[in-house]
Ligand binder design. Sequence first.
Ligand code: GDP
Ligand code: IMO
Ligand code: MG
Length: 458
Amino acid sequence: MHANSFLSGHFNMSLGRSANDHKSAAVKRARNDSGNKVSVVLGAQWGDEGKGKVVDLLATESDVVCRCQGGNNAGHTVVVDEEEYDFHLLPSGIINTKCTSFIGNGVVIHLPGLFEEIDKNEKKGLKGWDKRLVISDRAHIVFDFHQAVDGLQEVQRQAQEGQNIGTTKKGIGPTYACKASRTGLRICDLMADFSEVKNLVLQYQSMYPALKVDVESELKKLKDYAERIRPLVRDGVYFMYDAIHGPLKKILVEGANAALLDIDFGTYPFVTSSNCTVGGVCTGLGIPPANIGEVYGVSKAYTTRVGIGAFPTEQLNAVGELLQTRGHEVGVTTGRKRRCGWLDLVILKYAHMINGFTAIALTKLDILDVLDEIKVGVAYKINGKRVPYFPANMEVLQKVEVEYETFPGWKTDTSAARKWSDLPPKAQNYIRFVENRIGVPIKWVGVGKSRECMIQMF
Ligand code: GDP
Ligand code: IMO
Ligand code: MG
């Protein structure tokens, strides 16, 4: 809807037309002018499903790629022409020179981390990013002391509860906590007077006496960053409104983290601090739900998890080790080994209940190529009885008994497959089974790291 039609709608109402006229005008506006729809890419497991690769694929034909939540706890890999890029805060669409990259209000931004990432990618050939990057003025800022506190809280958890969360120590939890307790500072504050940061430091030092912060040097550094990002900062809500209601545009949203790490729906408390499910797209960009179009869920052909927490299909055996080594399952952000196990359809169905996936990308099928047999978790049992839901309580989840279906391995290299018919029948059978059980069409199957290694099914 253009601003003029929005205003004329109100003008008509003020002329005192009949209720029916209003209704029909409003319905017409909604039908004709609801604007461009955004496509969304979301992690359906515990992260690292290959979202970066799917976004890169779709970004080649997108006009805008947006991040809506999370921070540089994310690590998204994109492989183009043998060059491997990893993105943490930058939307993975940044390498597409025809595409604008937008960091929305729901993202938390560590400015030194952002510039470090930009410098690293410039060395790999990224050019002209400053003409293509837009940052919402409502996004919250991650300070170095948030990162320090993230580390201190992990030490405290270990000491008090005998277990930490295994966070990325990127300051994500403390920054979202500041946001929720209304003490956070945003990019729009950085663009204006920024003295409130001193009060925030004092508050933190009263909670964590061991925390050392050189406020003056932090302020000086931030002022430098403020000048570097000033040309990129916009009113994010208006930016999205304009993108949706201007000329026809393809808009893509790159989810970070994943459904099972979602603050509301994930394996709490072993989660991240934002909504990584579809609701986070609306709140993290300031767009209406009606403008959400395709919702693509990304899942590996098996399951991995970094950090601590329940993982019902985890394989603490030779299978888990094989998946870890063949899949190079090492965290992009922290370098930690990822825990590995069989595909879990209970979590995928749960992620679908929340997100309403319209299609799935199933990645890393090639990693299963050498296995004699492949198992898939199809149901959870508690006290011998199948449960139709995903348990909220971690102690219950730790104890569920997983029911598996077993498939014969295809024992064939799939990495050169480029279309459905190139895949061995046993692999096709596995994919069709997964598709039927989740009840969502599988649109892509990944058989390697690079852009070309993605079989498109429809
Ligand atoms: P993201 O966080 O969801 O973007 O995923 P990450 O980049 O953290 O981890 C996915 C890893 O798997 C990366 O190293 C990718 O290059 C790699 N990858 C993605 N898809 C495939 C695939 O189909 N096959 C193989 N072998 N590797 C893949
Ligand atoms: P991408 O976008 C995998 C995990 C951390 C930890 C927990 C909380 O690459 O899929 P945090 O630092 O967010 O407070 O850590 O969440 N985690 C991820 N695991 N991939 C991610 O992102 C993750 N982002 C957070 O390992 O267990
Ligand atoms: Mg990752």
